[in-house]
Design a protein around this ligand. Structure first.
Ligand code: KIV
Ligand code: ZN
Length: 391
């Protein structure tokens, strides 16, 4: 990877699929994996092979069909998990084992009833064992967001010595502030011996709505992989949304960072995942929500009709949305009504527009939105006074 490239690691089929109600069968996972590969995702986390026979066969099937991306399987720092993952990945063109262990005081004390020394030993052993099966081994320091930086740096240094190619620094609980998370990545860049041999990865959860901001802070401080999901689905409040980080890097070229994603497939892929998982996308969701390019207030509509850039910082076509929409409500002005009427064939004079607008407001006060059908009705009313030109 060039140094300005940020690798996109998609975990829709692992962290995303863990969500209650989002369970997919192997056929559905294959369709999504093929789309992610086609869209330019660099690494597809296909599942957690030891977790169930179904997950094992899905990872195996995905490993067989993916042509370009690295296919990754999750494990705990447990030999049997790693052996099973290696078996599931054996037909992948580019296999990666993703192993790791909790490193925060809270995980060490409450999850493992263990010590930092023992966790460090298990981390090194897991990476060394995984190296017997694949070259590409990613290590995750679970709850790195709340792990003391000095201990985290020590763990990173040791797992690099054991052969880790990627260091995943998860903010598992979504607790960090962007500057804190960015500083953590910077600290690792500056204090881990051998760091140049590994790629640092951001894996952020959205408990406080900061997953995207934290991932961007991470890459601004030297990380070169972002772990994310389509529509931001994932445990609790979700993971970093793929479409958001990709478009942030595209819309801010001065950051000098880029991805391999074909952004024009984002909207369609979002719908594909929504439909297969049955997980709705909120209308105001950034980049792919139904309202992301819809304008409804009169002032905004007037601006957008004159020049799209007045109220849009992205071209909808860049994410696969055909055009911005002008939604007619009681807050819309004459410019929006004239624009929508023209779109369906009515060329209005100033006098006709004034008449139409009065009738429009009566309609709009009665209903939430005015659709094309209503505009035809409004034109019939206007026609009673003066014939409207059909363009
Ligand atoms: O959030 C997290 O820490 C994870 C790890 C298992 C990578 O999903
Ligand atoms: Zn996670």
């Amino acid at each position: 990877m060039q140094n300005n490239k940020v690798a996109i690691f998609d975990t829709t089929l692992r962290d995303g699929e863990q969500v209650p109600g989002c369970k997919l069968d192997t056929t559905q996972k294959l369709v999504i994996a093929e789309r992610l590969d086609y869209m330019g995702v660099d690494i597809i986390e296909a599942g957690f092979p030891v977790s169930s026979p179904g997950d094992f066969s899905s990872v195996q099937a995905i490993a067989k069909i993916v042509k370009n991306a690295t296919v990754c399987g999750l494990t705990r720092a447990v030999e049997n998990d790693i052996k099973v993952a290696a078996e599931a990945l054996k037909n992948a063109v580019k296999p990666r084992i993703h192993t790791g262990i909790g490193t925060s005081d809270s995980h060490i004390k409450f999850k493992f009833n263990s010590s930092q020394d023992e966790v460090l030993r298990r981390a090194k052993a897991a990476v060394s064992y995984a190296k017997n099966f694949v070259d590409d081994v990613e290590f995750y320091a679970e709850d790195a967001g709340r792990t003391d930086n000095e201990f985290l740096a020590k763990v990173c240094e040791e797992v690099i010595k054991s052969g880790a190619t990627v260091l995943n620094i998860p903010d598992t609980t979504g607790y960090c502030l962007p500057n804190e998370y960015g500083d953590k990545i910077k600290y690792l860049k500056e204090n881990v011996k051998g760091i140049e041999k590994a790629v640092i990865s951001c894996h952020c959860h959205n408990d406080l709505g900061l997953a995207t901001a934290n991932s961007i802070a991470g890459v601004m401080n030297g990380a070169r992989q972002i772990e994310c999901t389509i529509n931001g689905i994932g445990e609790r409040a979700g993971n970093t949304a793929l479409e958001e980080v990709v478009m942030i890097l595209k819309q801010h070229p001065y950051l000098g960072l880029d991805t391999n994603i074909n952004t024009q497939l984002l909207y369609d892929t979002s719908h594909m995942v929504r439909d297969k998982m049955g997980m709705i996308v909120q209308p105001n969701k950034a980049v792919v929500g139904d309202n992301a390019f819809a304008h409804s207030s009169g002032i905004h509509q007037d601006g957008v009709i004159k020049n799209r850039e007045t109220y849009e910082i992205m071209n909808p076509a860049d994410v696969g949305v055909s055009e911005s929409s002008i939604v007619l409500t009681a807050r819309s002005g004459r410019a929006a009504l004239a624009y929508r009427a023209k779109n369906i064939g009515y060329e209005l004079t100033k006098v006709q527009l004034d008449a139409a607008y009065g009738i429009f407001l009566q309609f709009a006060d009665r209903q939430k939105e005015i659709i094309d059908e209503d505009i035809h009705q409004i034109m019939k009313e206007v026609n009673k006074y003066s014939k409207v030109n059909i363009a």
